[in-house]
Design a protein around this ligand. Structure first.
Ligand code: KIV
Length: 308
């Protein structure tokens, strides 16, 4: 098999890099990651932005929606991501109830992502009603990414996972929200599950980059959930998610092959076992004989094999 096409970035991606990419019409590639190996993969692939998304709650922790994940859980995963990647822009997703109730709490929660987890920026959901939070967080020197359209933390208020802003009135609202977030200081904006032509219009009206997910091809960049992209989440696949690999299926095949080898005695073989010298083995036999034991068997004990 040929080596994977690794194209790591040579320089750290910053909010200025993204602004430049937007100005130059260079598309931005963003994925989620929740742990060290996921972050390593994203970095090695040359991904521009890694989001420690609160989708963690669903694709890693097995919850029904994103509401259950706490700030402390998010920070735990963000630290692991930080250990795995340094060149992409690292964004921590502020989870439900870590920023909505009070502006001061929003600043503290955002600050923890930078101070305790080494993130470069944070993301939050909501439009004009979150403008005060965005202004305060950005005012504290913390880059903020907005998120409009289908905002999963409001899944109950939205009445389920549905495409947003399809009517003229709701589309107008979304545009006003986007403009308000830009004015409040967001450096970028995620648009999730909105009509493609609306996302394109918003992108043209804003000067900050837009990152689409289920928002068509007219945004400044695209984001996918890592587990959707790699085929690791099988509870459902949103219409907008393209699977670039079927790692879940491959993993099950690999695990079943391991199970079969263990049952058939084909694993481990000598290749995966540790040895001890004949002299040490003979010395052990002597020791055991002196102690009145039955001595050692002719071959090494099978159970020692494979331990690291
Ligand atoms: O949590 C997440 O994964 C997200 C992306 C869908 C943008 O917010």
């Amino acid at each position: 098999m040929s080596a994977p096409p690794e194209t790591p970035k040579s320089r750290k991606v910053t909010v200025r890099t993204l602004a430049r990419m937007r100005r130059g019409g260079e598309p931005i590639a963003m994925v989620t990651a929740y742990d060290y190996p996921g972050a390593r993969l994203a970095e090695r692939a040359g991904i521009d932005v890694v989001l420690v998304g609160d989708s963690l709650a669903m694709v890693v922790l097995g919850h029904e929606n994103t509401l259950a994940v706490t700030l402390d859980e998010m920070l735990h995963h963000a630290r692991a991501v930080r250990r795995g990647a340094s060149t992409p822009l690292l964004v921590g997703d502020l989870p439900f109830l870590s920023y909505q109730a009070e502006v001061a709490e929003a600043v503290r929660s955002a600050g923890r992502f930078l101070q305790e987890a080494g993130m470069d920026a944070v993301k939050l959901e909501g439009g004009r009603r979150m403008a005060a939070q965005v202004e305060a967080i950005a005012g504290a020197g913390i880059p903020v990414m907005g998120h409009l359209g289908l905002t999963p933390q409001s899944v109950h208020a939205l009445g389920g996972w549905r495409v947003q802003a399809r009517s003229a009135g709701t589309a107008r609202d979304l545009l006003d929200d986007a403009l308000a977030l830009e004015r409040a200081g967001c450096f970028a904006l995620v648009l999730e599950s909105v009509p493609a032509r609306l996302a394109e219009l918003v992108t043209r009206r804003l000067s900050i980059p837009t990152i689409g997910i289920g928002a068509g091809a007219g945004t400044s960049g695209q984001v996918l959930v890592l587990h959707d992209l790699l085929g690791l989440f099988d509870r459902f696949t949103p219409k907008f998610a393209r699977r670039y690999a079927e790692l879940g299926r491959e993993a099950v095949t690999a695990l079943a092959a391991f199970r079969d080898d263990v049952r058939a005695g084909r694993f481990p073989t000598a290749e995966h076992a540790y040895e001890m010298s004949d002299e040490s083995w003979a010395a052990l036999a002597e020791l055991l004989t002196e102690e009145g034991g039955a001595g050692t068997p002719a071959t090494g004990p099978r159970r020692l094999a494979g331990r690291r």
